[in-house]
Design a protein around this ligand. Structure first.
Ligand code: ASP
Length: 433
C-alpha cells in the first residue's frame, strides 16, 4: 500500500503539463497503431471535455462578479476598447501570416479534389451574432452555455450591485448584502480554480483517450495526402505565435519574457491542443491567468471569455491558408485584391465563430463563397480537421492570453513581480501542493 502511495506521489511530482503532453503523444501513437478499435476510448475523452464544460458558466459568473467590485463604467469602457482593438488587429495580422506562408509553400498544388462532399453546415450571420449578445432570458443563456449574453448580463448585474453599494439611499443591511455577494463570488471562484486542477488530473486519461480515438479514426493513409497542408498550418501558427504573440505583445508591449509567458500558459495551451475548444479550455485559461500570470480578475474575467468567442487568431489564419490551398486545388491564382478580401472576411468569420470544435471548418464556407471557390473543399479537408483544429485552437488561446497580459499591464492590473513572472515555478502546477 505504501509502495503504491510512493508511486502515486512520484507520479504527481511530475508537472501536470508533462504528464498530459506524454498522454497526448502516447495516445496518438496508440491510435495510429491500433486503428479503428481505438475509437472505443472516445467516451473516456468525452468525460474530460464534459468536466471542463461543466465549469465554464460558473467560472465566468464568479470571476466577473468578483471583478465587478473594481469596475467603473469608464474603466470597463477603456479596458473593453483596448481588448477588442487588440483582438481585431492580431486577428487581421494572423490572416496575413496565413496567406503569406501559404503563398510560399503552395499546399494543394497537384492534389485533386475527389470524393468531396459539399459542406452542409452554415456559417452564422454577423447580425445574428450581435443580436445574440443581449439575452432575452439570462437563465436560459446560462443553461445553454451562451457565453456572450452571459457576459453581458453579469457585467450589467455586477455594475448595478456596485452602484447599489455606493448609494447613500440604501440601508446598511443592503450594503452589507452586496459586500457578501462579492465575497461569496470570490469564494466560489477560488473553489472553481481548485476543481479545474482536479479535472486536469483526470485530463491525463482524457487526453490519451481523445488522441487515440482521433488517430484511430483517421489512420495514416487518410492523413498523408494532407501532410503539406498540415505543415503549412503548423509553420504559419508557429510564426504567428512567435512574432505577434511572443515578440509583439509579450516582449515589446508587456516587456516580459516569452519563456515565462509560455510557462504560465502551458496548461491552457496543452488543453486547447487536446480538446480543440476555446470555450472548453476557458476554465484552465482563467486559472492560469489568475494563478500564474497574477492578472487581476477585473481584466481577465472579461477579456478571456470574450476572447474565447470573438478572438480567434488561429481560426482566422487558417482561412488564409485554406484560401490558397483551395485556389491551388482548382488551379486558380488569387490576386492581391482577392487576398485582401480574405483578410476582411476571415476576421469577421473568426469573430462570429463559436469557440467549439470544428467551427473554423464551417467558417471556410464564407471565405470560399467570397472567392468563388468550390465549397467542396470543406468536405475535402473535413477528414483531417480534427488535427488542424488543434493547432488553430492553441493559437486562439495564446492570442487571448497575450492580449490579456498587455491590457492588464496598460491598466496596472498585473503583478509582474510574482507568479510566473518572478522567479520560481508556476504557482499553479499543483503537483507540489
Ligand atoms: N476549435 C476552435 C476554437 O474553439 C475554433 C475553430 O474551429 O477554429 O477555438
Amino acid at each position: 500500500m505504501s509502495q503504491l502511495a510512493t508511486v502515486w506521489s512520484r507520479y504527481r511530482s511530475i508537472p501536470l503539463v508533462y504528464r498530459i503532453g506524454t498522454a497526448f503523444v502516447l495516445g496518438s501513437l496508440v491510435g495510429l497503431a491500433v486503428g479503428q478499435p481505438a475509437t472505443q476510448l472516445q467516451p473516456l475523452g468525452d468525460i474530460f471535455v464534459q468536466l471542463l464544460s461543466m465549469l465554464i458558466i460558473p467560472i465566468i459568473v464568479f470571476t466577473l462578479l468578483m471583478g465587478a467590485r473594481r469596475l467603473t463604467p469608464s474603466k470597463l469602457g477603456k479596458i473593453g476598447g483596448q481588448v477588442v482593438g487588440l483582438y481585431a488587429i492580431t486577428s487581421a495580422l494572423a490572416v496575413v501570416v496565413g496567406l503569406a506562408v501559404s503563398n510560399l509553400i503552395n499546399p494543394g498544388a497537384g492534389l485533386e479534389l475527389t470524393e468531396a462532399e459539399a459542406g452542409s453546415a452554415e456559417a452564422p450571420d454577423i447580425v445574428e451574432v450581435i443580436m445574440g449578445i443581449v439575452p432575452a432570458n439570462p437563465i436560459s443563456a446560462m443553461a445553454e452555455g451562451n457565453i456572450l449574453p452571459v457576459i453581458f448580463f453579469v457585467i450589467v448585474f455586477g455594475y448595478a450591485l456596485a452602484v447599489v453599494q455606493e448609494s447613500d439611499e440604501v440601508s446598511e443591511g443592503v450594503s452589507r448584502g452586496v459586500e457578501s455577494i462579492f465575497d461569496i463570488m470570490e469564494a466560489g471562484a477560488e473553489a472553481m480554480f481548485k476543481i479545474v486542477w482536479g479535472v486536469m488530473e483526470y485530463g491525463v486519461v482524457g487526453v490519451f483517450a481523445l488522441m487515440a480515438s482521433v488517430f484511430g479514426q483517421a489512420g495514416v493513409d487518410a492523413i498523408l495526402p494532407f501532410a503539406l497542408l498540415m505543415a503549412t498550418l503548423a509553420i504559419a501558427v508557429t510564426l504567428h505565435i512567435a512574432v505577434v504573440h511572443l515578440g509583439g505583445l509579450v516582449m515589446l508591449l508587456s516587456r516580459q519574457s516569452p519563456v515565462d509567458f509560455l510557462r504560465g500558459g502551458r496548461d491552457a495551451l496543452v488543453t486547447a491542443l487536446s480538446i480543440r475548444s476555446s470555450s472548453g479550455t476557458l476554465p484552465v485559461t482563467m486559472t492560469n491567468a489568475e494563478e500564474n500570470f497574477k492578472i487581476d480578475e477585473s481584466v481577465y474575467s472579461f477579456s478571456l471569455p470574450l476572447g474565447a468567442t470573438i478572438n480567434m487568431d488561429g481560426t482566422a489564419l487558417y482561412q488564409g491558408v485554406v484560401a490558397i490551398f483551395a485556389a491551388n486545388l482548382v488551379g486558380v491564382q488569387l490576386g492581391l485584391a482577392e487576398q485582401l478580401s480574405v483578410v476582411a472576411v476571415a476576421v469577421l468569420a473568426s469573430i462570429g465563430a463559436a469557440g467549439v470544435p470544428g467551427t473554423g471548418l464551417i467558417m471556410l464556407t464564407l471565405v470560399l463563397t467570397q472567392l468563388g471557390l468550390p465549397l467542396e473543399v470543406v468536405g475535402f479537408v473535413a477528414g483531417v480537421d480534427p488535427i488542424l483544429d488543434r493547432m488553430r485552437t492553441m493559437t486562439n488561446i495564446s492570442g487571448d492570453l497575450a492580449v490579456t497580459t498587455v491590457v492588464a499591464k496598460w491598466n496596472g492590473a498585473v503583478d509582474f513581480a510574482s507568479g510566473v513572472w518572478g522567479e520560481g515555478t508556476p504557482a499553479a502546477t499543483p503537483a507540489d501542493d
